[in-house]
Design a protein. Structure first.
Length: 347
């Protein structure tokens, strides 16, 4: 009896496990680009369902109306079967595929993907495609640059992109290794990051919120853990966040934090990571200047708390095999706790 009852509960268990991360659905739109794409997706979905129902009705009719056997089956031209083939097998698919093809081309034309693309109906440039943000794909994390003509006002962060609501942000996409694909379903469609060929996308959120994204092109062993969090804020909140990100890392205040800073700067961490305002200037790993303000670590896969930070420092290869972050098991318990305290106060 117990075994029989467990089977109906399995779908519910699967749903609960799927809820560990925010639902990513291109039908749940929170930006103008995603909304346009969803119209095409709804059309495709409805057409698919209608055609599926019609096909099953025809299969059912054919099953119950079958006559004779293969040896005595009448030739197809006796009952006029050619018209079914011409209409159902050629005409209807051709009409639907043509509609989808033209609609898809129109969507591609509507989205700026190149600095010279995006002209309006009068032939003038619809928007200056000078990038506001540069996103660089790595195996397996996202490097995010907030660009500015004044170099001192540029900001580098990782795996968490902030956007002002109602303000389009032009994004340049590059990759430092293999091909990746940026996909934030609530805001836009998939855009590839191709080695040696920069790509462009315009991201705009229509309301405040947090929207999960990910790499949508298989890029190696940890492709599934290459996630991204987009945080849409009011323009004032975004500007305040950006101003805070321009500041150097907070100076430690407690003895534990000061000790952790010395351990961080004198160890291998400072060779790969940057903390602005200190001698740590590594450029091969994420910038940690404000890591304490981020919600997640390890490319947005684990919560940014003491436990996961300690686990990531000491056994990153267990949490994300083949990542460039090595296991650092030489720290004592006190040293590890101090270093985590230092990183957590980098707000």
């Amino acid at each position: 009896m117990t075994r029989r009852l467990s089977w109906p509960l399995m779908p519910a268990a699967c749903l609960l496990m799927a809820g560990c991360h925010t639902l990513q659905s291109s039908f749940d739109t929170h930006g103008p680009a995603a909304e346009q794409i969803s119209h095409l997706e709804w059309f495709e979905t409805i057409c698919f369902l209608v055609i599926t129902v019609v096909m099953w009705v025809l299969f059912t009719i054919a099953f119950f109306r079958r006559r004779g056997n293969l040896n005595e089956h009448a030739p197809i031209d006796v009952t006029g079967g050619e018209s079914w083939i011409a209409i159902g097998g050629i005409a209807i698919p051709l009409v639907f595929l043509t509609i989808l093809f033209v609609w898809g081309l129109d969507l591609l034309r509507a989205f700026p993907i190149h600095p010279m693309h995006g002209a309006d109906k009068q032939g003038a440039m619809a928007h200056d495609m000078k990038p506001d943000i540069l996103i660089v794909g790595h195996q397996w994390w996202w490097e995010i640059h907030y660009l500015n003509d004044d170099k001192s006002k540029q900001v580098i962060t990782a795996n968490e992109i902030h956007l002002p609501v109602g303000r389009p942000m032009n994004v340049r996409l590059e990759t430092r290794d293999v091909m990746h694909s940026l996909w934030i379903p609530a805001l836009h469609g998939k855009v590839d990051l191709i080695p040696g060929m920069p790509n462009y996308v315009r991201l705009e959120a229509s309301q405040p919120g947090e929207y999960e994204g990910q790499c949508a092109e298989f890029c190696g062993a940890e492709h599934a853990r290459m996630r991204l969090l987009a945080i849409a804020q009011t323009p004032d909140e975004f500007d305040a966040w950006l101003d805070a990100q321009r500041m150097p890392g907070h100076e430690p205040t407690t003895e534990s934090e000061k000790s952790g800073q010395q351990i961080f700067l004198s160890g291998p961490c400072s060779m790969c990571h940057t903390v602005r305002g200190t001698v740590a200037g590594g450029s091969v790993a994420p910038d940690l200047t404000h890591i304490g303000s981020r919600q997640m670590i390890a490319s947005n896969y684990y919560k940014n708390n003491d436990a996961f930070l300690e686990a990531w420092i000491t056994h990153a290869q267990s949490l994300k095999p083949q990542a460039e972050m090595p296991n650092l098991t030489h720290f004592s318990g006190k040293q590890l706790a101090d270093m985590v305290a230092y990183l957590r106060q980098l707000q």
